[in-house]
Design a protein around this ligand. Sequence first.
Ligand SMILES: Cc1cc2nc3c(=O)[nH]c(=O)nc-3n(C[C@H](O)[C@H](O)[C@H](O)COP(=O)(O)OP(=O)(O)OC[C@H]3O[C@@H](n4cnc5c(N)ncnc54)[C@H](O)[C@@H]3O)c2cc1C
Length: 379
Amino acid sequence: MNPREADTLIVGGGIIGLSIAWRLARTGHRVTVLERDTAGAHASRMAAGMLAATAEVGYEEFDLYALCTHAVRRWPSFASELEEDSGIPVDFRSQGTMVVARDADAATALRRAYDFQQEHGFVVEWLSRAEALDREPFLSPRIAAAVYAADDHSVDNRAVIRALVAAIQKFGGHVEEQAEVTAVEMDASGRRHRVRTSQGGAEWTAPQIVLAAGAWSQGIAGLPDDVRPPVRPVKGQILTLRMEPPFRLEHVVRGARAYLVPRSDGRLVVGATSEEMGFNTELTAGGVWSILDGAWELVPGIHDLPVLETDVGLRPGSRDHQPIVGWSAAAGLFMATGHYRHGVILSSATADAAASVLLGGEMPAIMHPFSPSRFRKSA
Ligand SMILES: Cc1cc2nc3c(=O)[nH]c(=O)nc-3n(C[C@H](O)[C@H](O)[C@H](O)COP(=O)(O)OP(=O)(O)OC[C@H]3O[C@@H](n4cnc5c(N)ncnc54)[C@H](O)[C@@H]3O)c2cc1C
């Protein structure tokens, strides 16, 4: 195959673009991912890897949590198929999540969320302080209560990226790194769209293009103005610590101001801020302080752990904070963006849905509420 001609070109090699490419490539479809930097170098690398449909539930976001629940249920088979295709383990952990209230005020808010979750069929268990400490001994003895969400899992998103690249290549797909898309030219007849890249102006063609450029999706040159998705960057600062014996967390621990996500290799990811700062990616003293202060009041034993890494990522936030998945108004241009704080969870469901449509099938009903058409002025 000439890699410059494809059945589908994907703009952006984050977890969303790569997951779609993998699902397509394993059917024999000719797919090429064009990535400006290295695969998964941005939000998808910085993420904590929580697969948390229950703990992430916002009141009345019924369509979104139906989708998140569906996506989390798909994750065990998604992870095992990916491990089998790539030979790379992705550290899928199913120990569940402890949502912790640090004091009586937080416990009242947690109880409201718990009642709502129970009413809507989520598997949640109310734990007293003693019960919570019994299950997770490094929680602070000062906490008021906790909710155990058995169905909220986690995965090592960096390992997922490596595995996706390997799996795409195994099935003959291409991941072109250092290939910034400098122009998308949609062919009015809808048959042969062109994409130009920074690699000496190299030109790529395909009958369908997927826009999966994360926080940069709105600004890709050449897109017709009326299809530019309303996506903005939402800055997140995040840290990685190293758990040293006897310290050990087994569950994901979440509070109002921070979360802690253990990996099986001993890393502990602690996050995250959420800031409207445009494309600013500076680490700040205030950001690091607020994450550590919020985490420390839940799990004081982090105090002496070594800091391995500090990172800043940009979440692709749509106007309504829900993903944008489906055909745009421009024939042949498919959107897979706006996954905001749920891109790792939703990569499973988005990849399945996008692959179905791009291979000529139906969009699953669960994805209908997330069509780009909801942002059209006439819609
Ligand atoms: C601190 C933090 C913690 C998070 N934690 C979680 C979590 O626990 N669970 C969860 O589900 N989600 C989490 N998220 C959200 C998740 O990371 C994102 O929703 C997800 O990574 C979005 O994936 P993406 O592929 O759309 O974007 P990205 O990973 O940003 O990928 C987009 C890619 O497009 C490329 N690109 C841009 N412009 C061009 C161009 N012109 N040409 C070619 N390529 C281009 C970029 O280089 C980039 O690699 C977190 C995010 C942050 C920042």
